[in-house]
Design a protein around this ligand. Structure first.
Ligand SMILES: Cc1cc2nc3c(=O)[nH]c(=O)nc-3n(C[C@H](O)[C@H](O)[C@H](O)COP(=O)(O)OP(=O)(O)OC[C@H]3O[C@@H](n4cnc5c(N)ncnc54)[C@H](O)[C@@H]3O)c2cc1C
Length: 395
């Protein structure tokens, strides 16, 4: 019996895979409606959308180009003749995964929350808290923490979520879904737009992503250094400024949401203890450079499902070690480099000097890189060919 806490992409994908392999699985999420709190911008590369079996019904639109606004608000563009990626409708993605889970035989408890009571080596005792104050105790062989950046169960179990030499880095994001007109959306269609420089967002960046029906996701994210004050304070103001500067401030706002993205750089923290294992964002799979994690969350679910279904012995620690290793292999050595780059770039983006550095980098990319090269850089973390230029960001 396996209980998955968290019905996001990681938890639901894992539940589906386990149920399809014939295991008894319960999936629990506090959301009553999968369309609520669709907090993610949900842009992913096309290859991954196909490889990770993301249903076309969740694709809001495809994109073929990149548009970067540098610190002086100069626009740089890179275009490809074919699709580079998709922007998903995150609510539809959750809904579609929940439907697949039910069809696969998963017991879905929506509106419920999981609380850990006792953790043993081979068993976890939990209390399920229902939407009307109900309480139900259960004991399970495996308890999965798929609660995203909250890491609710790891915290409850007292599992250290980071180490002094590899601390958790947090990015805070706020995003509005707005309704533009056909004409108003044309400048943002078919491309991902980013705004880079401390006058746009201090210690972070802004974005405009296209959606179907002339809707746009406009957001800002900040990854401040540990010693700076107020992680998410003032973010909403930055977003309002961005909308103003983009000429989008009159568009009706359809939804306001936000969230936290949090990972360690080297991913050396334990991914569980005893009968508890983390998956997705809770296992530090979110990438801090581009603030994206859906595809990594799904991949971690596939990897963990393979281990849980192919488990030859009943040794929890052995499975945890295997999982840690499989994830490390999957994410590769570039992962840690991208984390260091993210820390260096976003922590340091707070001065004119940092803006000039960013401007040089964007101008260099403008001269030498193609749209596919940018995908290689931001989605596959292939930094080699930019070695010398990136050194100031790494040291
Ligand atoms: C502003 C913002 C923009 C982003 N944009 C992108 C992007 O463009 N592309 C991309 O790939 N990624 C993006 N991400 C990251 C991406 O959304 C996450 O990496 C991804 O959703 C992680 O999936 P998950 O299943 O691990 O966690 P989540 O999607 O966070 O799911 C966790 C689930 O756990 C549930 N939960 C919480 N507590 C409990 C409990 N006690 N018991 C049971 N359930 C619980 C929650 O309700 C939630 O449904 C963005 C993140 C933010 C914050």
């Amino acid at each position: 019996m396996i209980l998955v806490a968290g019905g996001g992409p990681a938890g639901t994908r894992l539940a589906i895979e386990l149920a399809c392999a014939g295991l008894r699985v319960t999936l629990v999420d506090p959301l009553l409606d999968p369309q609520r709190n669709a907090y993610s911008s949900a842009a992913i590369p096309l290859d991954d959308a196909n490889k990770l079996q993301i249903p076309h019904a969740c694709w809001s639109t495809t994109w073929q180009g990149w548009q970067l606004f540098d610190p002086d608000a100069i626009e740089h563009q890179w275009w490809s003749s074919d699709d580079l990626g998709v922007v998903l409708d995150f609510g539809n993605l959750r809904q579609s995964l929940w439907q697949q889970a039910c069809s696969a035989g998963v017991e879905l408890l929506s509106g419920w929350r999981v609380m850990l009571k006792r953790l043993h080596q081979q068993q976890a005792d939990v209390v399920l808290l229902g939407p009307h104050g109900q309480q139900e105790c259960r004991s399970v062989r495996w308890l999965i923490d798929a609660t995203g950046s909250r890491r609710a169960l790891l915290h409850q179990a007292g599992v250290p979520i980071d180490k002094e030499q590899d601390p958790l880095l947090c990015g805070y994001g706020v995003e509005w879904l707005i309704q533009a007109s056909d004409r108003g959306s044309s400048r943002w269609r078919d491309r991902l737009s980013f705004f880079l420089g401390h006058q746009w967002v201090r210690h972070g960046y802004g974005w405009v992503f296209p959606m179907a029906k002339d809707q746009l996701k406009v957001g800002v994210c900040r990854l401040p250094p540990h010693d700076s004050a107020g992680g998410s304070a003032g973010l909403q103001q930055d977003l309002i400024q961005l909308l103003l500067r983009c000429g989008l401030s009159d568009c009706p706002v359809l939804d306001r949401h936000g969230g936290v993205i949090a990972s360690t750089v080297r991913r050396t923290e334990p991914l569980g203890a005893g009968a508890l294992i983390a998956v997705g964002d809770a296992a530090s799979t979110a990438n801090l450079l581009g603030g994206e994690g859906i595809r990594h969350a799904l991949s971690s679910a596939f990897l963990l499902a393979e281990l849980l279904t192919g488990q030859a012995d009943d040794d929890s620690q052995h499975l945890l070690n295997e999982y840690q290793l499989a994830l490390k292999r999957h994410l590769g050595f570039r992962w840690a480099i991208s984390g260091r780059l993210a820390r260096r770039t976003w922590w340091g983006l707070d001065s004119d000097q940092a803006d000039r550095r960013m401007q040089r980098l964007i101008s260099g990319l403008s001269r030498t890189a193609s749209a596919h090269d940018l995908c290689d850089l931001l989605f596959h973390y292939r930094f080699e060919r930019y070695g010398l230029r990136l050194i100031p960001y790494l040291i």
